[in-house]
Design a protein around this ligand. Structure first.
Ligand SMILES: [Zn+2]
Length: 136
């Protein structure tokens, strides 16, 4: 199996209601890391062109750049944590690559601050995302 990873960055503001440290609005320079995997390569010896994948990732996060995440519809019912953001990017990418035959989205990681990373590997918890509440 091969994996291929691209990273993209964006800046956004958010706040996490009732969180002792993150309850007030503040900003992050986020890095999103997307890993795709395949068991085979195409005729050119590639899994997918880096530029093609990067464009998909940029498109998936474009609406978040320089925005307050809490004000966006997709965070209306869920707190904009790195965990939730990773799962949302994963689902967006999976929808947009539903025609892929032999490549799959393996994981999406969101680095909120250097060294603090949340990674989502699949949709097994997606049905529970709306129930996620910050712990007191
Ligand atoms: Zn924060």
């Amino acid at each position: 199996m091969w994996t291929l990873e691209v990273q993209a960055t964006f800046s956004a503001a958010h706040f996490l209601p009732n969180h002792p440290k993150c309850g007030d609005m503040h900003g992050h320079n986020y890095t999103v890391c997307v890993v795709v995997a395949a068991n085979g390569l195409d005729w050119s010896g590639m899994m997918i062109d880096f530029g093609t994948l990067k464009a998909l990732v940029q498109d998936a996060i474009g609406a978040w750049d320089h925005r307050c995440l809490n004000e966006l519809a997709e965070f209306k019912d869920t707190p904009p944590t790195a965990e939730i953001m990773a799962s949302l990017v994963f689902m967006k990418l999976r929808r947009r690559t539903s025609d892929w035959q032999e490549i799959w989205i393996q994981s999406v990681a969101i680095e909120e601050t250097p060294g603090c990373i949340a990674t989502y590997y699949g949709d097994t918890i997606h049905g529970e995302v709306k129930d996620v509440q910050p712990r007191a």
